[in-house]
Ligand binder design. Sequence first.
Ligand code: SAM
Ligand code: SF4
Length: 347
Amino acid sequence: MGIPAVRSGRPSLDGRPDTPFLLDRFGRVARDLRVSITEKCSLRCTYCMPEEGLPAIPQHELLTVEEIVRLVRLAVRELGVQEVRFTGGEPLMRRDLERIIAGCHEQVPGTPLAMTTNGVGLEHRARGLAAAGLHRVNVSLDTVDRAGYAELTRRDRLDSALAGIRAARDAGLAPVKINAVLMRETLSGAADLLQWCLDEECTLRFIEEMPLDADHEWARANMVTAAELLDVLGERFELTAAGRDDPSAPAETWLVDGGPATVGIIASVTRKFCDTCDRTRLTADGMLRSCLFSDQEYDLRQALRSGADDAELATLWRGAMWNKWAGHGIDAEGFVPPERTMGAIGG
Ligand code: SAM
Ligand code: SF4
């Protein structure tokens, strides 16, 4: 489980114009790099991980600090990447995370470095991470109800996650953005979560659940839609549509009670955003992915470890992105979820 069935060799570059950037056949250019650095996690969110966690990646298959730093440098300096986000699994599970951040910051000092985390244990590391060069964090928090959190994540760690969010804010990793996946179990607590974020000066974004859970329980008919959430929030807050704050960002935003505070919704299933996608992804074991939902991966680790120089790695990366497909088709009949699940790709 978790590993894609299809792995291709060299991607075709047929018809590709001569440009250094990560262009695809549909005219999109990837500027936003997501680097997953581990499959391990301190939580077991039901929409993501199986109860027992993901199969462990053997240590020798994980990219090392030096390899990650080299690839991030290549992406920024040669391929036009403008922002790098570390994810997982849970990035805080890597004890060398501070070295990864410091190494990248040294090599690409002007590039924003961000992290997506569940916040558990962040309380003790936020200052060090900020000092190493981390700029921003997105923290995943689906509810502020302790029992509901424990049920959804299968771990009773709400206090630690909340302490982590506050520590991140105090360490200057602000504005802290909160991500909440829309689940039926937590929908009734959505307004409380928004109120908590307003009180703590965090920006909240809800995300429609995607068919990337390891337990394969996702069902289109059962998922909570953005429209349902708007109804629930509308009972407590006055929401005014405010469009998208960034054209390539999939979140649509609403002013809360006239603003300036906003709430965002990423309607990943019901309102497709693939046309403006600007992502490129690297898995913890060094595979390149052009899309969350793709089952095509390109083995950058093998190329790296067999002595490829930067020019060869760049060609492989450009080819992987040139072959990106138009979109995920979740809403289409016959949609098949990818073998690799969210925890093994990195959201
Ligand atoms: N452990 C970190 C965290 O939870 O933030 C980083 C990895 S997690 C896979 C990245 C993001 O993916 C989180 O915001 C999480 O809520 C989201 N995610 C996981 N499974 C999802 C799913 N099936 N649908 C939508 N979002 C999902
Ligand atoms: Fe872990 Fe993040 Fe997946 Fe939750 S969403 S199980 S915190 S990787």
